[in-house]
Design a protein around this ligand. Structure first.
Ligand SMILES: [Zn+2]
Ligand SMILES: [Zn+2]
Length: 262
């Protein structure tokens, strides 16, 4: 006997279900006093007191009219031992069973309602998860597209950079070539100047004339090669440099022949 009692207590605690206030925005766990209705709804003491103080009373959960005297009842959820011992005493067994049956029906309804609500919440959450997954997939796809576009851009920019590098090395090569030409010409010019000056010092009579010929050249040559005029000269290309050289040679010859004649 005591063994069965222990078993039933374990079973009861395992399937323990706490009533929740059926007020949609409340859903608090009920304890102490609660309001139960003929339409099988239950409310916390606060909401029950608020809702059922006015007449006619209307169930906030299902909008049933609760006009009967016993349609709404404020009840103690965990009554005292003395109350439990006396409340059904003296009633016919059929009445006791009927009362128990009604109370169990109420309980079953509440448990089922709660299960349905949980199922609904679960399916809604599942739907939300699916939607979020879809959204994430879309986001990933668009990011992937963006990334591919950026990769393409990087590739084309790399190509442009390579092109610039190639052009730069070409220009550098040309610049080096022109520097070599310039050095060569500078060497020639120096030797020409030395030669001319040497000739002038040997022959002081031709001094005024040769000074006129040499001086502007010497004051002109070095800075103009370094300045923008020099650049413009060198930008004409190696052919022009050659002609410059060829042009210079006869001048020197002429100077020499002129000096020789003198
Ligand atoms: Zn409530
Ligand atoms: Zn109701």
């Amino acid at each position: 006997m005591s063994n069965t009692g222990a078993n039933s207590r374990t079973a009861m605690s395992a399937s323990k279900f706490t009533l929740l206030c059926n007020s949609h925005n409340c859903r608090t766990k009920l304890s102490g006093f609660a309001w139960v209705t003929a339409c099988s709804h239950v409310f916390c003491d606060q909401h029950g007191t608020e809702e059922f103080s006015r007449t006619p009373a209307i169930c906030p959960a299902c909008s049933s009219m609760l006009s009967g005297k016993l349609d709404v009842l404020r009840t103690e959820l965990a009554p005292s031992e003395q109350y439990r011992a006396m409340v059904l005493v003296g009633l016919q067994p059929e009445t006791v069973l009927e009362i128990s049956h009604k109370a169990l029906d109420f309980w079953t309804y509440q448990v089922n309602q709660e299960r349905l609500l949980m199922e609904y919440s679960l399916s809604r959450a599942g739907g939300q998860v699916l939607q979020m997954e879809k959204f994430m997939i879309q986001q990933n796809q668009s990011k992937e597209l963006e990334l591919n576009a950026l990769r393409g851009e990087i590739a084309s920019l790399k190509k442009v950079l390579e092109e610039y590098k190639r052009k730069y090395s070409e220009v550098l090569e040309r610049l080096n070539e022109r520097n070599r030409q310039y050095q060569k010409l500078q060497g020639l010019l120096d030797s020409l100047r030395m030669h001319t000056l040497g000739t002038v010092e040997k022959d002081p009579i031709s001094h005024p004339f040769t000074t006129g010929l040499v001086k502007p050249r010497s004051s002109h040559s070095s800075p103009s090669f370094l300045g923008p005029e020099g650049d413009r000269f060198f930008s004409l290309g190696p052919e022009n440099a050659k002609t410059f050289f060829q042009f210079n040679t006869p001048t020197r010859d002429r100077t020499q022949t002129f000096i020789k004649k003198n």
